[in-house]
Unconditional design. Sequence first.
Length: 186
Amino acid sequence: MQQSGTRQHGFTLGETLTTLAVLGISLSLAIPGLESLARDNARATAVNQLVATMHMARSEAITRNAPIAACPSLDLRSCAKTTWESGWIRFVDSNRNQDIDADELILGVSPPVPGFVINSETFSRAFSYEPSGRVVAPDSRQHAGDFIFCAVGTDASAQVVIVNPVGEPALSPKLANGNVPDCTDI
């Protein structure tokens, strides 16, 4: 018999299966971390959207010398008695009722925030900024409060945005009253 001078190159079945097993184990360890990273990134985006709305509303109220309000909205055209994660609108609130009327101008909209719950006892229905820059709650007596952002279906910690009496939002691990929020009740 005559031998050929060429030799076959490649992986054996055992080498291929071992490589795939190591790759599978590595991915199974990495994917939960990536899910957590994606959830944290989505929450940061939602927080940034609301904080940007607050900054713009405050700035516009001072610049226009007119009250500017924001409220939750299902259709991004009218205020709704819903929660903030369904989206919200920012508008000139000429009559200071914290509800958009036909003659009031919508200045901006924010789309729904899927996968999150955004709660606020003080600003559950709306908030507005006066021309002085102060924030006002729907009951007109409170000028400070907070928003709690929780991911649905996880026990991850909440992100809190505190709005001080001057109307400036700030991130915090605690509520305005000093308590630590709990997302496990959601």
